[in-house]
Ligand binder design. Sequence first.
Ligand code: AMP
Ligand code: SF4
Length: 450
Amino acid sequence: MERQLNEKCAVVGIFNHPEASKLAYFSLHSLQHRGQEACGISSSDGKKLHTIKDRGLVSQVFNDEKLKTLSGTSAIGHNRYSTAGDDSILDAQPVFACYDLGEMAIVHNGNLTNAQEVRQKLIKKGAIFQTFMDTENLIHLIAKSEEDKLLDRIIDAVKKIEGAYSLVFLSRKKMFAMRDPHGLRPLSIGKIGDGYIVASETCAFDLVGATYVRDVQPGELIIFEKGKKLQSIQVYEPTPKHCIFEYVYFARPDSDVFGKNVYQMRKNMGVELSKIEPIEADMIVPVPDGGIPAALGYSQASGIPFEMGIMRNHYIGRTFIEPTQEMRDLKVKMKLSPLNSLIEGKKLIVVDDSIVRGTTSKRIVRMLKEAGASEVHMRVSSPPTTDPCYYGIDTPDKENLLAANMSNAEMCEYIGADSLAYLTHDSLLKSVDSQNDEYCTACFTGKYLF
Ligand code: AMP
Ligand code: SF4
């Protein structure tokens, strides 16, 4: 049990709606960017839970027939992000279990930092694990708790875990949603008909026609029970430290995350970036899709025209997920191509949201120069990524992070650019209007929360 999995995913929950599993399906579809490896839905018909999960995209795993078997008025769902080499169907969610109080399913977005410790203790006491997922710990903690009611058992269980978690639990009659005390991962509540929806991002609400109510607060447990108002228990004192990388890269631009619109935050980052090492250029070219809002902000602030000098082929997956360097190089080539006639002889400012291993930037600079660009100046709308994330975003080990191992000049030479500049830590915080030190920025500073 040495292998450690990070859960960087999407969760949804639908409560008290006649089309619960269909709404869960559509919500997962809108959250596909948060995980493409596997997905699953568990529904409850009041007497029994039904679960379908498999590897693949939401549209590949589910069809009308399958959704019909997921009967009932409540459902929870999950998209799983892939981690190199981990593709077991056992690692798909929801995690389902029968225990002394009945049946239960759980979905989790985040990463438990004390998962190994808790698991070893449980194993010593005789627990048998079927997967490598942190989330399975919760099933055992709930099943073993000496409290009588599920609600108290959930509280008991979450008091034994540490790390980043946005969780949704489904029992036969109730649904529960809980966020860790720092609120590292997002989780919002919406209203739909007579029921409720919870989802990692509000773009799911827009798709299914739900109205945003509020976020689950850091450290808060929400109880959904038929015929009753939402009940809230503040299990932990909230100490907000939201993941700033949700704004930089991970969340969809049309979502409001941590109460703010992601597109607007990215545009602000572009405005701030335009103030750092400003230069004259013929055009601002975004690396699609991640760099587009920041490049627009940069262009509007600097007056340099915005042009789509790089085209993206949308019909292949993300490059980041391939385990070998060779495969990653090939996928970047397949994914992005230059608009030769536009960029020939031009001095370009190229904007991307982040540099991780440097594969994308190196390839893009080479590609643009081969296409005839006279100069390529790389600008990054986040600070150098110097440290891995332990709270639920898939980043490589420190030794593979470009900025952890090279100076700015070395990185610039490595990617072959004429200049390279990043957003500073302070400018990033300014872009997202940080007021009370309420963001985690550990992957840019190495200052971890725990
Ligand atoms: P790299 O090629 O390794 O430097 O990765 C940088 C590219 O991957 C950028 O274009 C980002 O938009 C994108 N990216 C950054 N973080 C992640 C992540 N956690 N998962 C997938 N892609 C990412
Ligand atoms: Fe987000 Fe970075 Fe903190 Fe991880 S380390 S939670 S990616 S800000």
